[in-house]
Design a protein around this ligand. Structure first.
Ligand SMILES: C[S@@+](CC[C@H](N)C(=O)[O-])C[C@H]1O[C@@H](n2cnc3c(N)ncnc32)[C@H](O)[C@@H]1O
Length: 337
């Protein structure tokens, strides 16, 4: 299945030439389609998403997955998939400084629902120009031009929260969930954390690492694991733990990390989106998986928007489920295996 943005890339395949870098594409079969239709193209992919990396790893494409990748050569064509969060555009373009030469043609593709319509004004703020070239499948195809070398490198922003009478420093890179602020649902979860004193604790889908950092600060004896699908989130969590002199193992993983095999507690504000689409499948398999991976005395504590039907999912997978708190449109559940 091809995402509609990928379909628009294929529709504009004649714009692609020579060495092509696809930046933050979808986890779909675009690479194979491109290689089939235009075998002369030399494809590379840059992604910070572990699921996309796993998907693109199977195709004959050079893959870059680390933050601030060192590209050994510049590209003839760069195709950037418009990011979900606006601040990520300037950040990602600045990451590409070693990939873009004055001769590189840069294109941006995005879904109308993802905000691509405002690309021209957004580009202007970055002293770049965007020119709309195509419009189909509710998506837009732009060329982007200007001086990419002048883009400032953006570092993580830091914000503070009060936790147990202390200030906790949180570091967040552009593109991380709720960048630079504490989410209301997460705040409710932090007010209703499980009574833990020791054991292996997983902050699943950790974002900037706030939940794990609060837990580790409160209970220094726990063995903290924090995991997320995004390199931006994992890096932010490492920065957050370091900024507060806290120890923890931070793992890049799509879904539950493979190791350790068992946790005593899992605490999470889980994802229900893939890109801009609502996607319950992630949480469904996470809930089923966590019931199997928790120790007998353990628990899963999860916050969710109250419109999401998680109670039934939890009851199907766990022996006992409690509603621990309800406020501001969010519910905190605790489930026991
Ligand atoms: C609602 S945010 C919560 C972030 C953080 N825990 C907080 O409360 O601020 C959900 C997180 O899930 C991550 N995510 C999305 N899909 C995932 C998957 N398949 N596996 C692991 N993490 C995923 C996102 O990158 C995002 O950081």
């Amino acid at each position: 299945m091809l995402a509609t943005t990928s379909q628009l890339v294929l529709r504009n395949i004649n714009d692609l030439n020579g060495r092509v870098l696809l930046v933050e594409p979808q986890a779909d079969s675009l690479a194979n389609e491109l290689l089939h239709l235009a075998p002369q193209l030399n494809l590379s992919c840059y992604t910070t998403d572990a699921a996309v990396a796993a998907c693109w790893t199977h195709s004959a494409v050079t893959l870059y997955t680390e933050l601030s990748p060192q590209f050994t050569q510049t590209f003839d064509t760069v195709v950037l998939f418009y990011p979900k969060s606006k601040e990520q555009l300037g950040f990602t373009l600045a990451q590409l400084s070693s990939a873009i030469s004055p001769a590189t043609q840069v294109f941006v593709v995005g879904d109308n629902k993802g905000g691509i319509k405002s690309l021209a004004s957004h580009a202007e703020k970055l002293a770049l120009n965007a020119n709309k070239l195509d419009n189909a499948k509710h998506c837009l195809w732009f060329s982007l031009f200007g001086d990419f070398t002048a883009l400032p490198q953006i570092s993580a922003s830091q914000f503070n929260i009060e936790s147990d009478g202390n200030t906790l420093k949180l570091c967040s890179l552009p593109g991380v969930f709720n960048h630079g602020k504490l989410d209301i649902g997460t705040a409710l979860l932090l007010d209703n954390l499980p009574p833990i004193s020791s054991g292996k604790v997983l902050d699943f889908a950790c974002g900037c690492g706030v939940i794990g950092a609060v837990l580790k600060r409160r209970h220094p004896a726990i063995e903290l694991y924090s995991s997320d699908i995004s390199v931006l989130a994992v890096t932010s969590t490492e920065l957050t733990l370091a900024a507060n002199q806290l120890n923890g193992t931070v793992l890049l993983a799509d879904g539950l990390p493979a190791q350790p095999k068992q946790f005593d507690y899992i605490v999470t504000n889980p994802p229900f989106h893939t890109g801009i689409k609502t996607d319950y499948s992630i949480v469904e398999s996470f809930i089923q998986g966590s019931a199997k991976r928790l120790s007998a005395q353990g628990s899963l504590t999860l916050v969710a928007n109250s419109h999401l039907a998680y109670l039934e999912l939890l009851q199907q997978a766990f022996k006992r489920v409690e509603v621990v708190a309800k406020a501001n449109g969010f519910i905190v559940y605790r489930a026991y295996p």
